[in-house]
Design a protein around this ligand. Structure first.
Ligand SMILES: O=C(O)CCC(=O)C(=O)O
Ligand SMILES: [Fe+2]
Length: 319
């Protein structure tokens, strides 16, 4: 079965079928859709009914409550990594809060204990953990499919065991009358893969092959799956991370929840994906170390980011 096309012409792939297990026909046909979508677009939309609307809605409600707190209070969340914690631009057009290891209750409580009343925090923690675990499962399904499609399924288990997750909750403020502004600047994700769920306000735009920005119309129940730079490197360039940005033009604020997965330790393309037609594009690198570098040095690179960053890394911390 072919994937459907969502209104913005991005593939819409369904992962809800209860029989979606490795080896089944539905698994094999879905894997092909995944490979095509990642190679042709670097992004696709996904439906996954296993994550209930109740969990998604409850997480979004908690997120709104958190974002209603004063900026100074949100700034008190200061985990020990440069890429975690609260970040906002001067006018709070976009506020980002990154929480490390969101499938662990202890890590989540480090966030919820600061911002939710004792009557609510256990409930919010349970929602956040359960959402993160279920979206992490979707990450694993997609990554396993990619490994199978490239004939390297033997790498899947060790890849899965080395994944690290970060949950980022984002708020984009409502637009003023007739305003159309960029809330989140154009970038590719440094992650292996990112899965985002938004409230019902659109704003995501992706760069098309002809260099124009295409608004993505996301159905309410759907997730957006982005190939990150690390997946581009792992696939030795077969998959490209997509340039995207978020604009604000709605009279309502936009909230989104991103579950980013990274590869812990060194990342390199499997040897089967390197040959004379596909010479190695990126030397092995440490995915999370590169993220630290970007946040610590505040480097902003758009063109061929990964190559520039890796060159920069060698000059900053030669091995
Ligand atoms: O809010 C979104 O839909 C996308 C957010 C995003 O691109 C990011 O957090 O890297
Ligand atoms: Fe992004």
């Amino acid at each position: 079965m072919d994937s459907q096309l969502a209104p913005s012409n991005l593939p819409l792939i369904d992962f809800s079928n209860g029989n979606l297990r490795p080896g089944t026909n539905i698994w094999i046909s879905t894997s092909k859709q995944v490979k095509n979508a990642l190679e042709n677009h670097g992004i696709f939309l996904a439906t996954y009914d296993k994550i209930s609307s109740e969990i998604k809605n409850s997480f979004h409600l908690a997120l709104e409550e958190y974002h209603d707190l004063p900026k100074e209070q949100k700034g008190q969340f200061t985990p020990d990594k440069p890429y975690l914690g609260y970040l906002a631009d001067q006018h709070a057009t976009c506020e980002l809060t990154a929480i490390g290891d969101p499938t662990s209750m202890e890590a989540i409580e480090g966030f919820t204990n600061l911002f939710f009343s004792s009557a609510k925090k256990d409930y919010v923690s349970a929602i956040m953990q359960s959402y993160s675990k279920q979206v992490a499962e979707l990450h694993e399904v997609i990554i396993r499919m990619a490994c199978e499609c490239y004939g390297v399924v033997e790498y899947y288990e060790s890849l899965r065991e080395s994944l690290a997750y970060i949950c980022r909750v984002n708020k984009y403020r409502a637009a003023k009358l007739d305003e159309k502004n960029v809330g989140l600047a154009p970038h590719t994700d440094l992650s292996f893969m990112t899965i985002v769920h938004q409230n019902q306000v659109n704003g995501l735009e992706v760069m098309s092959n002809d260099g124009s920005w295409i608004p993505v119309d996301i159905p309410p129940s759907a997730f957006t799956v982005f190939a990150g730079d690390a997946l581009m490197a792992w696939s030795n360039g077969r998959i490209r991370s997509v340039l995207h940005r978020v604009t604000i033009s709605s009279e309502l604020p936009r909230y989104s929840i991103g579950l980013f997965c990274y590869k812990k330790g060194m990342l390199e393309a499997p040897e089967q994906l390197v040959d004379e037609h596909h010479p190695l594009l990126f030397k092995p690198f440490d995915n999370l170390e590169l993220v630290s570098l970007v946040y610590t040095e505040r480097v902003v690179v758009v063109e061929d980011k990964l190559k520039v960053l890796l060159a920069l890394k060698e000059s900053i911390c030669p091995s």
